[in-house]
Design a protein. Structure first.
Length: 301
C-alpha cells in the first residue's frame, strides 16, 4: 500500500457485510483495514431494542479504532415540506407518520449523530414525485437548518432512477439553490454511472460542497436495468468507470471519506472477513497508481 493511500480515509458501509450482527460489523471492518464505518440507523435502533446503548456503541468504535463516516438515511423530504422519513424509503400513511412523530424521530436521529460525532447524513431525493425545484430547494434548506444545531451536514445523494435529482448536475443545482453551508453532495460512483453523470462536471462543483463519496462498481448490464440494491460489485471490478471518477475527485482536491457500499445478496452468502478484506483492497487499489499521487500540499501532482 502506498503512503498516500494509507493516509486516505476509507470506510465501510455495514450493508456490505450484511451477514454480520451490528457489533460484529465493527470488528470485521477494522480488521480489514478501514478506519471508518457507516451508521445504518435502523440497525442501530434494533441494537438498542436488544439491550445495547449509546455508550456501548462508543466503546465499539473506540475498541476498533473506528469513526462513523456517514449516517443513513433521510428520505421522502422532497415535496413533503422538508420533513423526512428516517431509514425508510416510502411513506405508508401509518400512524407514526404524523408531523409530530416524524419531527420527534428526526430530532432523535440527529441527536444520535451528534453524540457519535457523525457529521455526514445522507439525504435521498424524491424517487417518484416531481415538482417545482425551487420548492425542493426550500425544503432542503429547511432540513439543513434543522440539522445545523446538531453539527450535521446533509449530503444529497442524487439517484440514477430519480425523476429530477438523478445526476451530478441536478444534485449540485439543488444544493446551490438551497444555499446552506451544511448542505452538500454525496457522490456514489454506482449512482453516478447509473444516472449518466459526466466526469467533466465534477470540476464544476465547488470541492467544499462534496461532503462524502461512496465507492461501488456496477454489473455489466444496461444502466436503466441496474438495481442499486442488488447490482453493486467491488469498485474497479465492474462496468462503471470508477477509476475515472476517483481520479477527477482527487485532482479536484476532495479529501474526505471514501466509503465502500455494496448492496449485493451474493456477498452475504460468503464469509464477512473475505468480503471486507476484498472491499478494502479494491478501494485502495483505485489510488495506488501514479496518476493519483498527491504532493505534500494536497494538490494533484
Amino acid at each position: 500500500m502506498s503512503t498516500q493511500s494509507h493516509q486516505r480515509r476509507f470506510a465501510l458501509s455495514p450493508v456490505t457485510i450484511a451477514q454480520c450482527s451490528f457489533d460484529e460489523a465493527f470488528e470485521q471492518t477494522a480488521r480489514a483495514g478501514f478506519t471508518g464505518i457507516g451508521l445504518r440507523y435502523d440497525q442501530f435502533e434494533r441494537y438498542l431494542e436488544q439491550g445495547g446503548s449509546v455508550d456501548d456503541v462508543k466503546r465499539l468504535l473506540a475498541a476498533n479504532g473506528l469513526r462513523f463516516a456517514e449516517a443513513a438515511f433521510l428520505a421522502e423530504w422532497q415535496y413533503h415540506g422538508g420533513l423526512p422519513l428516517v431509514s425508510r424509503r416510502r411513506r405508508s400513511g401509518a400512524d407514526d407518520e404524523t408531523s409530530a412523530r416524524l419531527t420527534k424521530r428526526l430530532h432523535a436521529f440527529l441527536a444520535h449523530c451528534e453524540q457519535f460525532e457523525c457529521a455526514n447524513v445522507t439525504a435521498v431525493p424524491a424517487l417518484r414525485e416531481t415538482g417545482d425545484l425551487d420548492v425542493a430547494a426550500e425544503e432542503f434548506a429547511t432540513l439543513c437548518d434543522i440539522a445545523q444545531p446538531y453539527g450535521v451536514r446533509l449530503c444529497v445523494e442524487f439517484m440514477g432512477t430519480a425523476p429530477q435529482i438523478c445526476d451530478l448536475q441536478s444534485g449540485a443545482d439543488l444544493v446551490t439553490r438551497a444555499g446552506r453551508k451544511n448542505g452538500g453532495l454525496l457522490i456514489d460512483t454506482f449512482l453516478f454511472h447509473q444516472g449518466h453523470s459526466r466526469i467533466e462536471h465534477i470540476a464544476r462543483v465547488p470541492v467544499e460542497k462534496i461532503f462524502n463519496v461512496q465507492l461501488a462498481d456496477a454489473k455489466s448490464r444496461p444502466r436503466d436495468q441496474l438495481d442499486m440494491l442488488a447490482d453493486r460489485v467491488f469498485p474497479g471490478e465492474g462496468a462503471a468507470n470508477v477509476r475515472a471518477v476517483v481520479d477527477a475527485l482527487v485532482q479536484h482536491g476532495y479529501d474526505g471519506w471514501w466509503t465502500v457500499e455494496l448492496f449485493n445478496p451474493e456477498y452475504a452468502k460468503t464469509d464477512a472477513k473475505s468480503i471486507a478484506s476484498h472491499a478494502f483492497a479494491s478501494a485502495v487499489a483505485l489510488f495506488d497508481r501514479s496518476s493519483l499521487r498527491v504532493d505534500t500540499a494536497g494538490a494533484a501532482a
